[in-house]
Design a protein around this ligand. Structure first.
Ligand SMILES: [Zn+2]
Length: 562
């Protein structure tokens, strides 16, 4: 052991002459660091929130400035509260680093695509496969990450947090937390009138407060998942049974349900879009087009489970939908052979425990590259399957469709009909016209897919009775009001994100055995419809009997023999 007197001079010498690694180090309290970080986020990541909250205010008016200052103080104090409440001295740096990186990514996507970071958007992000995520990253992210993540991380790294005796540390922390709370309450009271009307009329705006929105969404997704994991999926339609029509079927009966992706009604040729984006379907005899269909959600995570639930948007209950079985389970219970084929990021729980296949695992020749497959891969092996079909079958095909932003990657070169088309993953590098062209080219390919499917079914119509339902999960914004992609909270989402195309087709044998009056259904198609109709319509068309079946929500109810 070194005698104390030998060590002292050495220590003093270090303090007198700072070593090179000691330069550029800032010593400060944890509270000051938390405040600085909150201020950085206020200035760097909350432009969308402040912009939206202050939109349309008269800047000649002093009250508008007062409101702006109050909102800024609230955002600042809120983030200070969140960081300081958990960031004890030793945990502060790793926590802050995580948050800095998360915030940089979140603010980039909110800025670029006009998205709101709410729990369903976060779920969407978490469930996105690596390939989808890859397309969202582009070089334009780099400068953003440099200043929003690298810069604060560098400062954080050079920070030395002052130690305090634990009693004093506790007092100081409690005091500053109380002060932050007082600032929030004071700011709210000072502008109570405009603030409360803002929160009442545009409560979705809170999902723009960054990174509070990220933390809130992570918390609520984790809580919902923990709850869901604790309870098994609730069985539904326990009384489901084949109706009398099953016994009359002498031939196999196959329903093919195509779950579309990000196709919007506004660009659907059959529904009156100025451009013919559906030439092959338009030339398909007997095709029924539903021109006014409303989706249940504005993103896949919400829409997909909802499309196959007995009660969808009309009394929306996310927890109940996620916690229950789907239409597919009810069909299977009645003896229908159910199968899900996926060309995207999975069935979001609706096919749990049922036969499932992934196109990328089949890897059909010429259709896949780098883990991504063109949608025609969904038809791989279909002819053989139809040739061997027995009994009543329901085949669900989950498309990649018009999944953005890389619309140009969704179709083979032959479908690049509308030019010039955006050829970049970063939509900002393209004009509106180029983006719409790329989007419409991808729609042409969906048109081709569904028309080809119908051709294949027609080719075997002498021995298999078949039906096709195609419907998209949600729409898309293509730059209207500077919005791109989708996922805006439902209550404030623009129509283009909520209106989706839907078509149906029936082989003559299907219509005959089910006693389906196709002209009657075509008549029904001129009226509004919604995802809410799907569950009951499929049960009706297949003649699956259960007390869950609500005639009022069955589009075929008036057109099919009871
Ligand atoms: Zn989707």
């Amino acid at each position: 052991m070194w005698p104390l007197k030998n060590r002292l001079p050495v220590t003093l010498a270090v303090h007198a002459q700072p070593a090179p690694q000691e330069r550029w180090i800032w010593t400060t309290s944890t509270e000051t660091a938390a405040l600085a970080l909150s201020l950085f986020w206020l200035l760097s990541a909350n432009r969308p929130f402040l912009g939206a909250a202050l939109k349309g205010r008269e800047w000649g008016d002093a009250s508008a400035w007062g409101f702006a200052v109050a909102l800024a103080l609230m955002v600042l104090a809120l983030h200070f509260l969140l960081v300081a409440a958990v960031g004890v001295r030793h945990a502060f740096k790793p926590l802050a680093a995580l948050l800095i990186v998360g915030t940089a990514f979140a603010s980039h996507f909110m800025d670029r695509f006009g998205v709101y970071l709410d729990p369903s958007m976060l779920r969407n992000v978490l469930r996105t496969d690596a390939k989808e995520a890859g397309e969202l990253f582009s070089w334009s992210l780099l400068p953003h990450l440099l200043w929003q993540a690298a810069l604060p991380l560098l400062v954080l790294w050079r920070l030395r947090l002052k130690p305090r005796r634990w009693t004093r540390a506790l007092l100081v922390r409690a005091g500053t937390l109380l002060a932050a709370l007082a600032v929030i309450v004071g700011a709210i009271l000072a502008v109570f009138q405009p603030f409360s009307s803002l929160m009442r009329n545009q409560k979705e705006l809170r999902y723009l407060i960054t990174p509070a929105n990220v933390l809130w969404s992570i918390g609520s997704v984790l809580a919902a998942d923990a709850k869901g994991a604790a309870a098994p999926r609730q069985a539904i339609g326990l009384d489901a049974a084949p109706g009398p029509n099953f016994a009359q079927r002498t031939r196999p009966l196959v329903l093919v349900f195509v779950v579309g992706e990000t196709a919007r009604a506004a660009n659907w040729g059959l529904s009156g879009y100025a451009r013919q984006t559906t030439p092959q379907l338009a030339a398909t005899p007997g095709l029924i087009n539903f021109a006014q269909v409303t989706s249940c959600g504005t993103n896949t995570e919400v829409s997909l489970p909802c499309m196959f639930a007995p009660v969808g948007r009309r009394a929306y209950d996310e927890e109940r939908i996620r916690g229950s079985e789907s239409l597919l389970h009810v069909l299977a219970r009645a003896g229908v052979g159910v199968r899900w084929v996926d060309n995207q990021s999975g069935c979001k729980g609706v096919c749990d425990g049922l036969p499932t296949a992934f196109v990328k695992e089949w890897n059909p020749t010429g259709l896949c590259e780098g883990g991504r497959c063109l949608d025609e891969g969904l038809l791989h092996g279909l002819d053989e399957r139809l040739a061997q079909a027995k009994g009543t079958q329901a085949l669900f095909l989950h498309q990649l469709g018009n999944h953005g932003p890389s619309y140009f990657r969704r179709h083979p070169p032959a479908f690049a009909r509308f030019q010039p088309a955006c050829q970049k993953d970063d939509l900002r590098l393209c004009s509106r016209e180029e983006i719409v062209n790329a989007y419409d080219n991808a729609l042409l390919y969906t048109d081709h897919l569904v028309a080809t499917l119908i051709q294949r079914l027609k080719a075997q119509a002498d021995r298999v009775d078949s039906a096709v339902i195609y419907v998209s999960d949600h729409g898309e914004s293509l730059g209207e009001n500077n919005l791109f992609l989708h996922g805006i909270p439902y209550a404030i989402a623009p129509e283009v994100q909520k209106r989706v195309p839907m078509v149906m087709w029936f082989s003559p044998g299907f219509a005959q055995i089910r006693g389906l009056d196709v002209a009657c259904l075509a008549q029904r198609a001129s009226q509004p419809a919604a995802h809410d109709h799907l569950f009951h319509t499929v049960l009706g068309l297949m003649d699956v009997r259960t007390t869950l079946h609500e005639k009022a929500w069955d589009l075929s109810a008036e057109c099919v023999k009871p």
